[in-house]
Design a protein around this ligand. Structure first.
Ligand code: MSP
Length: 512
């Protein structure tokens, strides 16, 4: 069986889950469901990144030990994903002991092979970023991200010979055009690699920071957070044994936003090269969600929380908006107005209406019993089926390119067509003529096929809604009939349920 491995970043626990974290996690969940239904063996990993200055400081502010603080926030991430129905296979924490062992083994191995050396380094250190900046990187003497003046620190530390791998990395990116995708981020990385690559400082003295994994070869130092965190992608697989790791690792697909491009596109592959391991298959980079009011932040009070969205609109509606609104790779704006407009137009009106009017007619005219199809189909019936057949093909093409919004557009093109087919065939008028009732039965049969096909195609995107649709159609996911070709699903006498409102219309934009 083909294998594929999806990962989200492991999130810092200095903030609680918000829109940004939810987006990447929903993407990984959608891909997992999509590839699973296509017959792949999928492994989906998410988790939390718990070491480093930021966490130590946050714990100190709360007056508790870092581990107690980490337990609390990590549990919030996990329970949030559970409540959102995220189908992850494993939730990793960098404080898990198996992960710490693997990080130490990794460090020891590359230290033994001479890839790590001890040296003195002086530089401008930003505590917010937990990294050194060169003078050139600072903007007006300040950290470009935090707008704060970094502190000049000179200390002895351990360094990874990252510079040694610069050319091999360039060669790999050039010979694997979709190693980093979309293209704009590949270009950005190659541009960065035109300048000489420096070695990477991978330790912090314990005198300054305690909260980290001790270096296996020097107990006075802890591991730099990124060197610890990136290895999570391997340790989760290794937990199932080296065969499992060897099978899944070459099919690794990381999902990240552009903020953490450099560690994933530069540190991580060079670390893997130094350890003699194959590189991941793809680094998939998306853009940023921005609010009307600018960057999402606690102080602006504009932080979007996934569970609040789920309670207000339903998880599927929120998922739909995220997947439909952002074009993978580019930034997108988040606003409640846009969310409500999409829910009303696409979910309540388009999909919801189709389902409720078809099931209502089926109930009213035939007591819910699906009527047989004649031996020949009308051209409009063929056209309806063909619309869904092409939507399925387009969807596969778009999913391979991570164009989630286009994949959904394709399915909605077919749903739209099904609504027009109702108007065009006009079963409510035909039913008035007793001779035309068999045709009404056929039209509704084709429409039920349209709903069944839509439900199959939408399963990775709207898992709860699709469960509901299957139950309305009285079909089970495991039944062969559910996957049968158009016209061969509903056996004689098959009875479907009456109508149900899947997505209530939202009357006024919810502004609070
Ligand atoms: N702990 C590191 C990642 C280590 S992975 C080995 C980290 N954590 S984070 O909590 O800051 O998460 C960053 C990620 O959260 C982004 O790459 C993205 O997946 C998601 N997002 C956070 N804010 C976002 C937006 N506003 N928009 C889209 N996604 C963003 O970095």
């Amino acid at each position: 069986m083909d294998k594929i491995y999806f990962t989200t970043p492991i999130y810092y626990i200095n903030a609680e889950p918000h829109l940004g974290h939810t987006y990447t996690t929903v993407l990984a969940d959608t891909l997992t469901r999509y590839y699973r239904s296509a017959g792949y063996e999928v492994y989906f990993l998410t988790g939390t990144d718990e070491h480093g200055d930021k966490i130590a400081q946050a714990a100190k502010e709360k007056g508790i030990e870092p581990k107690a603080y980490a337990d609390r926030i990590s549990a919030i991430f996990r329970s949030t994903w559970d409540a959102c129905g995220i189908a992850y296979d494993h939730f990793i924490r960098t404080t898990d002991s198996y992960h710490q062992t693997i990080v130490r083994d990794f460090l020891q191995q590359i230290y033994d092979s001479g890839e790590i050396y001890f040296g003195e380094y002086g530089g401008y250190y930003c505590f917010g970023c937990e990294r050194f900046y060169t003078e050139k990187e600072l903007v007006g003497g300040k950290c470009p991200d935090h707008q704060t003046e970094p502190e000049y620190i000179s200390e002895k530390n351990y360094f990874f010979r990252m510079s040694k791998y610069q050319q091999s990395l360039i060669d790999h990116i050039q010979s694997h055009p979709d190693f980093i995708r979309p293209e704009r981020y590949r270009t950005e990385v190659l541009a960065f690699l035109r300048e000489p690559l420096e070695d990477l400082c991978i330790s912090r003295p314990k005198s300054r920071l305690q909260w980290g994994i001790p270096l296996p070869f020097d107990a006075d130092y802890v591991t730099y957070v990124w060197f610890d965190a990136l290895i999570n992608y391997l340790s989760a697989l290794e937990l199932h044994g080296s065969e499992f790791r060897e099978n899944f690792w070459p099919k690794a697909n990381h999902l990240i936003a552009k903020d953490i491009l450099k560690p994933h596109a530069i540190y991580w592959p060079t670390m893997l090269m130094a350890a003699g391991l194959p590189l991941y298959e793809h680094l998939n980079v998306h853009g940023y969600w921005v609010m009307d009011s600018g960057k999402m932040s606690k102080s602006l009070g504009n932080v979007v929380r996934p569970l609040e969205m789920k309670d207000k609109f339903g998880m599927d509606a929120f998922r739909y908006f995220l997947l439909r609104e952002m074009s993978f790779g580019q930034d997108a704006k988040f606003s409640l107005e846009a969310l409500v407009t999409r829910i009303n137009a696409d979910l309540a009106n388009n999909l919801g209406n189709l389902v409720s009017r078809v099931l209502a007619m089926q109930q009213k005219y035939f007591d819910g019993v699906v009527q047989p199809l004649g031996p020949t189909w009308a051209p409009e019936d063929e056209e309806l089926r063909n619309k869904f057949v092409s939507a399925e093909k387009e969807l596969a093409r778009h999913m391979a390119e991570l164009q989630f919004h286009r994949a959904l557009e394709s399915v909605w093109g077919a749903i739209d067509h099904a609504n027009r087919y109702v108007v065009h065939t006009s079963p409510f008028t035909l039913f008035k003529d007793a001779d035309k009732r068999p045709r009404v039965g056929e039209v509704l049969h084709h429409l039920l096929e349209a709903i069944r096909t839509a439900s199959r195609l939408l399963a990775p995107f709207l898992p709860d809604t699709v469960k509901e649709l299957r139950s309305l159609l009285a079909l089970n996911e495991a039944d062969a009939a559910y996957r049968a070709p158009w016209g061969r699903c509903f056996a004689p006498g098959h009875k479907v349920d009456g109508p149900k409102v899947l997505f209530p219309r939202i009357e006024a934009p919810a502004n609070e």
